[in-house]
Design a binder for this molecule. Structure first.
Ligand code: CU
Length: 89
């Protein structure tokens, strides 16, 4: 379920604060409670504030939130932030 981050090539991503030498992982979270693009933006904003995390894509119609992150600790922070916005993950 976790795999090496490959959506952004290292040459383009290595200057980003969340990028640490190509060790990013990605996974897709199943989030319930999203019903419009404002929900999508709430989640994207919440994730963008977490150091070491990046929302790769949020689909409010399916509840799929693809995230890139640098550690399992960061993944837990992502889930906590999503719950903090009132969604279930
Ligand atoms: Cu909404």
């Amino acid at each position: 379920m976790e795999q090496l981050f490959h959506l952004v090539s290292p040459c383009r991503a290595h200057k980003k604060p969340w990028h640490k030498g190509g060790t990013m992982m990605e996974t897709t979270l199943k989030v319930s409670g999203m019903h419009c693009t404002a929900c999508k933006m709430l989640i994207e904003d919440a994730i963008s504030e977490i150091k070491g995390a990046k929302a790769v894509s949020v689909d409010h119609t399916t509840g799929a939130v693809a995230v890139a992150y640098d550690s399992n600790e960061t993944l837990e922070k992502i889930k906590t932030a999503i719950k903090g916005e009132g969604f279930s993950v």
